[in-house]
Design a protein around this ligand. Structure first.
Ligand code: MG
Ligand code: NI
Length: 478
């Protein structure tokens, strides 16, 4: 950075879960040289967990994030299955955990779409921020606002029935689960099922029509070719709960496939940079410079060969037809992909509710204790890694987490840089620029709370600084 360069700081990134700050770096000609998404506070959760008994971890990790507790609960439980020497759960335990996970996916994706994203899609990026929010949606499209609330509640009811509590549940324990699904719980959820499927199909139409109608604009909005990573089932099906790792490049060529995630450290490493607490994961065989990749709904759509539920598979085929079967690298296509997963989750919940294994009573298995284990899950925001070492006194001695949002760190920085280069003019943070930076970040549905492994809130400010570091304006988005 030279003395002449100027910094524009945008903070907070509203309608993104948690809080963040964006700085846009200008060169001496006043052009954007780069933009960065910052995290401004950090308290280490990975150290906090050390010394704790391993069986507490699936409950403790839910304190990592008030937004994604279920994903952390399940990833940690999967890791602790390994610690108690279990590679295969009972059918009841595996299906109860899957039901919990699809409930989490359903509530998270519906919250994101209806509350956070639909104002951009329904009103456009340039609409007055006074109406471009959920209140505006509730006034102009009241049925959509109601659907969003009811769908989120349904997902939470699924979580409640499987975890015992809406948040900080204890449903999954090392080696299994501690409850099954009663007939009453099942029937209460089944009653809502048709409505949830119908509303999911309605949301799919909004997301698809929006993407297709604005394709030219969106293809040029914060988009770039990238590699993609996800878990994949043995037969190539999308599997949000379990599988092996598959990575492809921007053209769809396989980088690695069917990798046992216990060995992820042979394939994925994390780079540290001085200006942020968020790390930068990369594929080792490519290296830190170009080995970055994307995760989440867009990547899962790109990596999988098919989806094993009929409605979502039809939707996937329409999605992939847009890019003639090649990976879709349009950042804003995350929204359409996310809604295909919303529909898939509804279909999976229905399938599981009709499965008598959920009333089974064989909940736990035990094996020989191990000292180290990794648990991965496809969380709503993307691949989530939990890695632990446990000593002979049952205490955790090492924890490493790579959360979904961290996996998307480089892509989010690229998206923001691309948007800033295109839409910044002069030294003013215009409403239009601010909106577009938010829209680009929001496509990734980042959880900044998870990404820092922080145990608390982050400050909220908007600043515009000149070459000498003097603040010349402030702007908030809330
Ligand atoms: Mg970590
Ligand atoms: Ni989170």
């Amino acid at each position: 950075m030279t003395d002449k360069t100027r910094k524009i700081v945008i903070e907070p990134v509203t309608r993104v879960e948690g809080h963040g700050k964006v700085t846009i770096q200008l060169d001496e000609q006043g052009e954007v040289s780069q933009a960065r998404l910052h995290i401004v506070e950090f308290r280490g959760f990975e150290r906090f967990i050390q010394g704790r008994p391993f069986w507490e971890v699936p409950v403790l990790v839910q304190r990592l994030c008030g937004i994604c507790p279920v994903s952390h609960h399940l990833a940690a439980a999967k890791a602790m299955d390994g610690i108690v020497g279990v590679d295969q759960l009972t059918p009841t335990a595996e299906k109860m955990r899957r039901l919990m996970h699809y409930g989490q996916m359903f509530q998270s994706h519906s919250l994101h779409f209806f509350h956070l994203v639909s104002p951009d899609l329904l009103f456009g990026f340039d609409a007055d921020p006074a109406i471009r929010n959920i209140i505006g949606v509730a006034q102009k499209f009241p049925e959509l606002a109601v659907q969003g609330v009811m769908m989120r509640k349904f997902g939470q009811d699924v979580i409640l029935a499987t975890a015992g509590k809406k948040i900080h549940g204890t449903g999954a324990v090392p080696g299994g689960v501690n409850k099954n699904l009663s007939i009453e719980e099942r029937d209460a959820l089944l009653k809502e099922m048709d409505q949830m499927l119908t509303w999911s199909l309605g949301a799919l139409k909004i997301a698809k029509d929006y993407t297709v109608e604005h394709l030219a604009e969106l293809a040029d909005f914060g988009s770039f070719p990238s590699s993609h990573l996800s878990l994949i089932r043995e037969d190539g099906a999308m599997d949000l709960y379990h599988g092996q790792l598959r990575a492809i490049d921007s053209e769809g060529e396989t980088l690695f496939d069917q990798v046992d995630y216990q060995n992820y450290v042979d394939y994925i490493a994390e780079e540290v940079k001085p200006w942020t607490y968020m790390k930068f994961p990369f594929i080792k065989q490519i290296g830190p410079e170009d080995g970055w990749y994307r995760v989440g709904p867009l990547s899962r759509m790109n990596t999988c060969d098919f989806i094993d539920t009929p409605l979502a598979e039809t939707a996937r085929q329409e999605f992939m037809a847009l890019t003639k079967g090649k990976p879709n690298n349009i950042t804003m296509a995350y929204h359409w992909a996310r809604i295909i997963e919303l529909l898939h989750s509804a279909e999976k919940i229905q399938e599981l509710l009709n499965d008598p294994d959920l009333q089974g009573t064989d909940l736990m298995v035990k094996g020989d204790r191990r000292g180290e284990s990794v648990g991965l899950i496809e969380a709503p925001r993307g691949t989530l890694f939990h890695h632990y070492k446990v000593d002979e006194n049952d205490q955790v001695t090492m924890a490493n987490l790579i959360v979904s949002t961290t996996n998307n760190n480089t892509p989010m920085n690229r998206a923001v840089t691309s948007v800033a280069k295109k839409y910044l003019s002069g030294t003013e943070i215009t409403e239009g620029l601010l909106n577009r930076v938010e829209v680009a970040i929001r496509a990734y549905d980042p959880c900044l709370s998870c990404a820092t492994h922080a145990l608390g809130q982050m400050p909220l400010i908007v600043e515009l600084n000149d070459a000498e570091g003097q603040q010349i304006s402030r702007r908030t988005t809330g």
